[in-house]
Design a protein around this ligand. Structure first.
Ligand code: ATP
Ligand code: MG
Length: 287
């Protein structure tokens, strides 16, 4: 799969209207499901090496509108991964303790250790998305007044985020950022399904319908995020999300191609260690 066209080219200015949430390329559902299985097997092998090598970590961020499929993508794509090598965190509206800290604090606490894949379901990008769409949220943050009033606050946060991600990558923590791009129509359909199907009722929240009325504001905020924070060290991927089977395949391919590009390998055993292993083997053989 060509994943290049999913990347927001660093330095470019994109408009979401040029991306199609319903895009599936030349794939069809059944074939894509087979390809996903193969891709997940590859991911399992790569993750095993990531863990054994204990040098790199992979931080994967998911951002999206409600019902775009973050949860189910995480569930499917990580189904082949050893649970010991993977941690998932979901970031909700900040708690009182979290609000008492700087906005990166809770994400820093949840960063993956070397060898691990850390998945963040929502992230510090909420601080330049939902907080921007709802100015009253910024107003209620415990920040000094001049900082809240700064007309360049979003620009500054973009820079802070870029610097933070650069720092992570320079420390061997690879950062992957996915925006699952669902269309407004498909979101409506998924909300209706959540209302109509009793076993999906729990997923539905009246608040989500209210947020939907801010759709255009969100799209503008997202575009600004992509145009300022897609960097050579941590680019954004815009993943078409109207067809879940395509979303899963695309996300798994990006993850696996990223891991492949790291040339991961199992720790190499030196001559001395090899001799020790052979001594141990002799002892075991002699039993
Ligand atoms: P999701 O909507 O991600 O599937 P959920 O429905 O289980 O998860 P919610 O209670 O909706 O959980 O929590 C997510 C909500 O928290 C979103 O509306 C999101 O915008 C909000 N949120 C996340 N981070 C922040 C933040 N830093 N500041 C304000 N709101 C935030
Ligand atoms: Mg929600």
């Amino acid at each position: 799969m060509d994943i290049d066209h999913l990347i927001v080219k660093p330095g470019s200015r994109i408009s979401l209207s040029n991306f199609d949430p319903g895009y599936v390329g030349s794939y069809e559902k059944q074939h894509a499901k087979e390809l996903l299985k193969t891709s997940l097997k590859q991911l399992t092998l790569d993750q095993d090496k990531l863990y054994a090598q204990n040098t790199y970590a992979l931080l994967i961020l998911f951002q999206a509108m409600d019902a775009a499929g973050k949860d189910s993508t995480i569930k499917h794509v990580m189904s082949g991964v050893n649970p010991q090598g993977c941690q998932v965190y979901s970031f909700k509206s900040p708690s009182a303790e979290e609000r008492d800290h700087d906005y990166l604090w809770r994400s820093m606490k949840a960063l993956p250790e070397r060898g691990m894949i850390g998945i963040h379901n929502r992230s510090y990008y909420e601080e330049v998305l939902v907080v921007r769409v709802h100015p009253e949220m910024l107003a209620s943050q415990q920040l000094p007044e001049p900082i809240k009033q700064d007309p360049y606050i979003w620009q500054r946060r973009f820079e802070e985020i870029n610097n933070f991600e650069h720092y992570l990558v320079n420390n061997g923590i690879i950062v992957l950022k996915f925006f699952l791009y669902v269309s407004k129509d498909e979101q409506r359909q998924r909300f209706l399904d959540r209302i109509n199907e009793p076993e999906k009722n729990w997923k539905f929240s009246t608040h989500d319908v209210k947020e939907r009325s801010f759709w255009d504001n969100y799209m503008n905020a997202y575009e600004d995020v992509f145009n300022h924070t897609s960097t050579t060290w941590a680019p954004w991927y815009i993943i078409p999300a109207d067809h879940k089977w395509y979303t899963r395949l695309a996300v798994s391919r990006v993850i696996s191609q990223t891991l492949e590009s790291l040339n991961l390998h199992y720790p190499v055993v030196d001559e001395e260690r090899r001799r020790e292993l052979l001594e141990d083997k002799k002892l075991l053989d002699a039993e």
